[in-house]
Design a binder for this molecule. Structure first.
Ligand code: KG4
Ligand code: ZN
Length: 336
């Protein structure tokens, strides 16, 4: 059965809209990021996020369909993120998606945001084959997941405190950078002097596959306050912090590969847009028999294409949501 799916992502501060065709792939997508809106607060303000989702979602759907020369009648299914995420923001996409599906008399399906991230590398060529190991690193999650098939997820390890992206954002704020901080830290780190500061590699001495990033953030703060009036220290801290996060991610991934004996490692989530992390993973792939897969950078951060893809897989299996508009702001991956 051929399907053309409209995907709607509104779980946080990005509005992502896409059309995915089950045989031709992503036909088009658009993302609007509410950067300026939250900048002055140093983080996402939930109420502002949901109000902006209301303003953007419907016009963006109209615009994308018109850009693709499609009508709503050309769509045979709608996928919308229903969790995890900010309740108000989720409610916008879920309400619009569910109502559109009802009005058009086509199936609608609520998608798990992290499942969508996990499956995003499937949009690339070559795509990984099940089973694989997935490292999901975003602003809300840091987790290692064994993926045996659609809906067959086992969390092997996760952050016990802050997510890696969250630590990037908080450290960036401390150093005086705008939100989101990941790209700014990466940029500042380019001017940093390697090994002037050496940050700890959290959790690597302990067995297991869990992560911890709140200590690194504190370490960055202490180093920062010890070096006032030293502009170079900002770049050096950015570099030391980035190195510590990447090292800890690499160490845990290698450990997980060894424990699971899987030979495909898939990366997903916003932090995967980090070039140094991608380079380090590429080097690892070259020096081992592990194959590493990344989504293209625009599909690493929140987007509608990954939601359309995940929804399409579920709709093709015959799954459908009832008419009720139901969101799940907290939704463990294993319960998908
Ligand atoms: O997946 P995502 O767009 O949203 C969530 O679901 O959280 O991830 C956003 C996170 C932010 O914390 C941002 O700082 C981080 O990804 N990020 C980066 C980079 N680009 C985005 N972190 C490090 N380096 C980057 N280049
Ligand atoms: Zn995300």
């Amino acid at each position: 059965m051929r399907m053309q799916i409209l995907g709607i992502e509104t779980s946080c501060d990005e509005t992502g809209i896409a059309v995915y065709h089950s045989e031709r792939g992503v036909l088009g997508h658009a993302v609007y990021a509410q950067l300026e809106l939250h900048n002055r607060y140093g983080g996402v303000v939930p109420e502002l996020a949901s109000r902006d989702q209301i303003r953007k979602t419907t016009p963006m759907i109209r615009q994308l369909l018109s850009d693709l020369n499609l009508n709503l009648q050309d769509i045979n299914g709608i996928a919308y993120t229903v969790g995890p995420g900010l309740a108000g923001a989720l409610m916008v996409g879920a309400t619009i998606g569910r109502s559109l599906a009802y009005a058009l008399n086509i199936p609608g399906i609520g998608v798990h945001h992290m499942e969508a991230h996990l499956l995003a590398p499937m949009l690339e060529d070559p795509a990984p084959q099940f089973p694989f190991l997935s490292l999901v690193v975003s602003g809300g999650h840091t987790m290692l997941v064994r993926v045996d098939g659609l809906g067959q997820y086992k969390t092997l390890g996760e952050s016990l405190d802050d997510a890696a992206g969250e630590a990037f954002d908080k450290t960036a704020k401390l150093l005086g950078f705008d939100y989101p901080g990941g790209p700014q830290i990466a940029k500042a780190a380019l001017k940093g002097e390697l090994n002037r500061f050496i940050f700890p590699r959290p959790m690597v001495d302990r067995p297991g596959l869990d992560f911890s990033y709140s200590g690194l953030k504190t370490f960055a703060a202490n180093t920062f306050y010890k070096h006032p009036n030293d502009p170079q220290a900002i770049a050096d801290i950015a570099l030391a912090f980035e190195e510590a996060v990447i090292d800890s991610l690499m160490i845990k991934c290698k450990r997980a590969i060894k424990e699971t004996q899987l030979n495909q490692l898939v990366m997903a989530g916003g932090v995967t847009a980090n070039l140094k992390l991608r380079q380090r993973m590429d080097e690892y792939a070259k020096s081992s028999d592990v194959r590493v897969f990344f989504p293209r950078p625009e599909f690493c951060t929140d987007n509608g294409a990954m939601v359309a893809y995940a929804g399409c897989q579920r709709l093709m299996r015959g799954e459908r949501d009832s008419l009720e508009i139901k969101i799940r702001p907290r939704w463990p991956l294993e319960e998908v």
